[in-house]
Design a binder for this molecule. Structure first.
Ligand SMILES: NC(=O)c1ccc[n+]([C@@H]2O[C@H](COP(=O)([O-])OP(=O)(O)OC[C@H]3O[C@@H](n4cnc5c(N)ncnc54)[C@H](O)[C@@H]3O)[C@@H](O)[C@H]2O)c1
Ligand SMILES: N[C@@H](CCO)C(=O)O
Ligand code: NA
Length: 431
């Protein structure tokens, strides 16, 4: 049986588990692959650092470049842009297939890597980069390649889903839910990448590119995090039958002239509590895909964690190794879609608008008139009296409207003398 040399770059949460599985399951992996996958070395910064998994000391090296040069298959799990990017390019250029989980690198400079992999005829796989263990990229790229995807809605960041779920189930404020997420080890000491939506935005760019056969990068993604979501927003949403989730959305839109474009965005979103994504609790991830022929599909599971994420890495490794054993061209994405990324002003969603208003005759009519003047149709309307007996809280859910019309509506409504405050403006999906 043929032996393929595997180089592992990085031995942190995910890398250590990948090394363990490669050693423990060597016979099974050989049977599935048709070649022995020999772990020839693990590149780390410090050979003597303590690790989660006990691994033979002779495997460790600080010379990543030499390790890459002698490998048939390279697994990059260092994270960050450099040296990961340079090492992946070195690997590709000498003909090795590469597996990575590095969404930050792919969202920033994926096109360079994909082009180099194409030129070299090697496979570059990255199932771990989006929603960890959940098989979602290969289903989109392979299983759905005979269909046309119209929309993808993903809960692709476990930390923010945990925080929003805590707020929803306990009434906690954002800061307290974040502290709990940090205490339990979901959120990092510096939670910026998660709570500001940057991690989800990188994953949105990758999902959009595969779904719409066009290269998108982070710059194409409109991104809003969850730091401004208040306990009051959650309570109002709950009251109206919604849950707030941070969604990564990629959808194809056609304008009035028939021109197609893709809206790629990440923002807190209201979902009806009966929507399948509303049932995704805690730190779990899920991706909801709508395709012309398949209809609605949902992929659910663990979006992070060393061992679950290692499962996705090993799946990619076996796939790449089979290709090396059997021959044939690298399995890459097609990029023949050529649909432009649309600005957020072109997106169309439903909105939830919260208003504090004076409780007097004619108020509802004047507010409804402003919505109507801007071409924004109202789907749902609720009013509750405040204890002061002179103001009321209005919650309005609109039909789909353009971001621009909604912004104009909110601006005009806020100018009405009877409107004390616009308490919230949140996007709604799934209605
Ligand atoms: N942890 C997860 O749950 C998860 C899920 C999906 C994807 N990912 C992605 O997988 C990758 C790895 O994540 P992780 O959680 O294992 O990270 P980690 O920080 O735990 O591990 C990174 C490892 O790479 C090593 N490293 C970093 N720079 C290096 C360098 N210059 N030379 C040699 N070694 C270097 C570090 O010493 C460490 O051992 C990242 O790209 C991450 O985004 C992680
Ligand atoms: N920080 C990410 C981990 C995997 O990308 C999350 O919370 O889901
Ligand atoms: Na995945």
């Amino acid at each position: 049986m043929k032996t393929l040399k595997v180089a592992l770059l990085g031995c942190g949460n995910v890398g250590a588990q990948v090394a363990r599985i490669l050693l423990e399951d060597a016979d099974t992996l050989a049977a599935r692959t048709g070649a022995r996958l020999e772990l020839v070395g693990i590149a780390v910064r410090n050979v003597d650092s303590p690790r989660d998994v006990e691994l033979p000391r002779e495997l460790f090296t600080t010379d990543a470049s030499t390790l890459v040069a002698g490998a048939d298959l390279v697994i990059e799990l260092m994270g960050g842009i450099e040296p990961a990017r340079g090492l992946i390019l070195e690997a590709i250029r000498h003909g090795a297939c590469v597996v990575t989980g590095n969404k930050a690198l792919l969202a920033q400079d994926g096109p360079t890597l994909y082009e180099e992999a194409d030129k070299a005829g090697v496979q570059l796989s990255y199932e771990a980069a989006v929603a960890g263990a959940i098989p979602i990229l290969r289903p989109i790229r392979d299983s759905l390649s005979g269909d046309r995807i119209t929309r993808v809605l993903g809960i692709v960041n476990g930390t923010t889903n945990f925080i929003l779920d805590q707020m929803d189930s306990t009434g906690a404020q954002f800061a307290d839910a974040l502290a709990e997420a940090q205490r339990l080890g979901y959120a990092e000491a510096d939670p910026t990448a998660d709570v500001e939506g940057h991690d989800a935005a990188a994953k949105a760019a990758i999902l959009a590119a595969l779904s719409f056969h066009t290269r998108f990068s982070l710059a194409d993604v409109h991104c809003e995090g969850i730091t401004k979501v208040s306990a009051a927003d959650i309570a109002a949403a709950k009251d109206a039958g919604f849950v707030i989730k941070l969604l990564a959305i990629a959808e194809k839109l056609t304008d009035d002239d028939g021109a197609e474009g893709v809206s790629v965005r990440v923002h807190p979103t209201l979902l009806p509590r009966e929507h399948p994504l509303a049932a995704v609790r805690g730190a779990f991830n899920a991706v909801f895909v709508e395709a012309e022929n398949a209809g609605e599909l949902m992929f659910y599971g663990q979006g992070a964690g060393g061992t679950p994420t290692a499962s996705a890495v090993l799946g990619d490794l076996v796939s790449a190794a089979r290709r090396v054993v059997l021959g044939g061209p690298g399995r890459t994405e097609t990029t023949t879609g050529h649909v432009p990324a649309l600005p957020i002003s072109a997106s169309r969603t439903s909105y939830h608008v919260g208003l504090s208003v004076a409780d007097q005759p004619g108020v509802l009519a004047r507010i409804a008139q402003v919505f109507s003047d801007n071409g924004v149709s109202i789907e749902l309307f609720r009013q509750s009296m405040n204890t002061d007996d002179v103001t009321a809280e209005l919650r309005i859910v609109t039909h789909r409207a353009s971001e621009a019309s909604l912004a104009a509506t909110v601006e005009s409504v806020s100018q009405l003398d009877v409107v004390k405050d616009v308490t919230s403006v949140l996007r709604v999906e799934g209605v």
